[in-house]
Design a protein around this ligand. Structure first.
Ligand code: SAH
Length: 470
């Protein structure tokens, strides 16, 4: 170790910053965040520090640095453009035995400042020991995504409960085990999800039964349309902490591969007879797993609340008193639109967009065709391939021209995505010719012209590139 990492208490301490520019202002902000009284020595101030001075949050000494300025300072930071001034600050501070940092000059520092992830009171500090600030910043960015933004609230909650826990659980070893369980259990997870009241309930249950209350948490997690890059940070964290993952057939293998390796996986997309597990049985399974005290992730394709029957699963959990949370995912329409270069709205073509299911309980399709067959509106059909001939016929019968552009997006956002375009009238024929398979989304509306235009441009560019190269 070239440096000893420490966290310094500078609340109400006098801290000296030499320099008045942007870099100095950033350091001042940081020091003030830690409660310091900041004195800035600089003949001039940039806009940020001028504003701070006007607000009375800094003391400004408007002249060049003198050796006497370091007296009484807890730490000194130099951020000027003058090498000679920076050097003099360093010499004065070291002579007075005051810790000093000259920004971006490790050789003129008796301490260095790490990159930080601030979830106060939780702090994570990262340093490359001055060798590569960029590397430290990149590492910080990675850690940012791992440490949920609500960790501060979690730590504050635990701090409030400590006295009570100390009183109730007298053995230190038992207390440690209790905290380990709480921090990996439903109370902590509910707090991270912003559900304070439910978290407090879960905490009380744990405290009332220190041997373990046995009630877990079920998270309904949207896995997105296929590309693992489209997972949310929370989805990824929950998948990596799960004890059990209950997933649909629609959830792609590369996404399942990101779940904790030891987690039990239950595929409810098909059973031994290759049939999907009935919804009632899935509901019962989730209740049973939740009641067993495990961290359950119910992983669903796209978003849990878009044609995902998430509502029915939550009904069952509420009925049984099992804590739950819902983590949104990118629904197929949004993923396919983005990866298929097919905007769902565009001010020249469509002012509204409707998501419709092509899989109805009753047959023939009992949809409000009049409302769907409107101009300047994009229609997105989920689960619509089988019913496409009927959909196409009904929309035309209710006034949508057969020439309306339409697209099929098969396995959207995955490496094998296919986008096929035609018209409302020709689409059913394309399905048969191209042997389209699920999952496929149908998009109907003028916006499909944009996809065609952009694709043609890209093709032309490629052809002319090839010609130029050849
Ligand atoms: N909850 C999911 C939808 C479930 S319904 C979501 O929000 O996306 C299943 C239907 O979604 C499929 O029949 C198909 O129409 C569509 N779908 C899901 N993933 C898809 C993908 N990667 N590409 C194209 N369509 C997809």
């Amino acid at each position: 170790m070239d440096y000893l990492p420490i966290f310094l208490d500078i609340r109400a301490a006098r801290v000296l910053v030499v320099g008045g520019g942007e870099v100095a202002a950033r350091k001042v902000g940081l020091l003030q965040g830690a409660g310091a009284r900041v004195v800035v020595v600089s003949p001039e101030l940039g806009p940020a520090l001028t504003a701070a001075k006007a607000h009375g949050t800094i003391t400004h000494i408007a002249r060049p640095f003198t050796v006497a300025d370091v007296a009484g300072a807890r730490i000194v930071i130099a951020a000027t453009n003058h090498a000679s001034t920076n050097k003099r600050v360093y010499q004065a501070a070291t002579a007075a035995r005051v810790p000093v940092n000259v920004v971006d000059h490790p050789a003129l520092c008796t301490f260095i400042m790490p990159s930080i992830i601030d979830r106060s009171p939780v702090l994570v500090a990262v340093s490359s020991g001055g060798t590569s600030p960029v590397l430290a910043r990149l590492l910080r960015a990675r850690l940012e995504s791992l440490v949920a933004s609500t960790y501060g609230a979690l730590a504050a909650f635990m701090a409030r409960r400590r006295p009570e826990v100390r009183q109730k659980i007298t053995s230190a070893a038992h207390r440690r085990r209790f905290w380990e369980r709480v921090l990996q259990g439903p109370a902590a997870e509910l707090l991270l999800a912003g559900q304070e009241a439910a978290a407090a309930d879960a905490f009380e249950r744990e405290l009332a039964e220190p041997a373990g209350s046995g009630v877990g948490l079920v998270s309904l997690v949207g896995a997105g349309p296929g590309d693992p890059d489209l997972l949310t940070l929370r989805a990824l964290r929950l998948m990596q902490e799960a004890d059990v993952v209950v997933h649909d057939r629609l959830v792609a293998a590369p996404i399942l591969a990101l779940c904790r390796r030891e987690a039990q996986r239950i595929d409810v997309g098909k059973d031994a007879g290759h049939h999907a597990v009935p919804q009632g049985e899935i509901n019962r399974l989730l209740v049973e797993l939740g009641a067993s005290g495990r961290r359950v992730v119910r992983l669903k394709g796209g978003d849990p609340f878009v044609f995902g029957r998430g509502g029915e699963e939550i009904d069952a959990l509420v009925e049984a008193g099992i804590p739950f949370q819902v983590v949104p995912g990118i629904t197929a329409a949004l993923g396919c639109a983005a990866y298929g270069h097919l905007p769902l709205t565009h001010r020249d073509y469509a002012q509204s967009c409707v998501f419709v299911t092509g899989h109805c309980r009753k047959d023939p399709l009992t949809l409000n065709w009049q409302a769907l067959a409107q101009p300047r509106q994009t229609l997105v059909f989920y689960m619509g391939v089988a019913a496409l001939p009927g959909i196409s016929r009904e929309l035309m019968a209710h006034g949508l021209p057969g020439t309306t552009p339409a697209a099929l997006i098969e396995r959207g956002t995955t490496p094998t995505q296919r986008v096929l375009t035609g018209t409302l009238a020709t689409l059913p024929g394309i399905v048969a010719e191209e042997a389209i398979e699920p999952p496929t989304l149908i998009v109907i509306g003028e916006v499909v012209r944009l996809h065609e235009r952009w694709t043609r441009r890209a093709d032309e560019a490629l052809t002319s590139d090839l010609r130029a190269a050849g």
